[in-house]
Write a protein that binds this ligand. Structure first.
Ligand code: FES
Length: 114
């Protein structure tokens, strides 16, 4: 089951910025990448490190702990397969960021970074 959760004002998240949101005991990082919103779990699937301070190159976030990279739009690593970062749908609805949080775990990666 999923639910929509307000995650603050869209004005607080200009292109190039990121913010941490805490929802139901989860820590989620929301990115504005050139106007596109992306939200990911703030926990690296490799060993649980925080991704909030990771270096962003386009849509790819580099985990500060061991350097694995993930596409914040798809949750996938470069290439086929690999670990999968949990992503969350996010929308700007009348100026409010709205996260959709689902209890289902992330599925395997089948998409390629664009
Ligand atoms: S914890 Fe992120 S790459 Fe190891």
């Amino acid at each position: 089951m999923s639910c929509q959760i307000p995650a603050g004002s869209a004005d607080e998240l200009a292109p190039g910025q990121r913010k941490l949101v805490f929802v139901d005991g989860r820590s989620i990082v929301v990115f504005n990448i050139e106007g596109a919103l992306c939200a990911v779990e703030n926990s690296c699937p490799h060993n649980g490190a925080s991704l909030a301070g990771g270096q962003l190159e386009g849509r790819m976030i580099r985990c500060p702990a061991h350097g694995l990279r993930f596409d914040v739009a798809t949750g996938c690593m470069p290439g086929k397969g690999g670990l999968s970062l949990t992503t969350f749908p996010i929308q700007n609805i009348a100026g409010t960021l709205e996260l959709t949080v689902d209890d289902a775990p992330a599925g395997p990666c089948h998409t390629q970074p664009g």
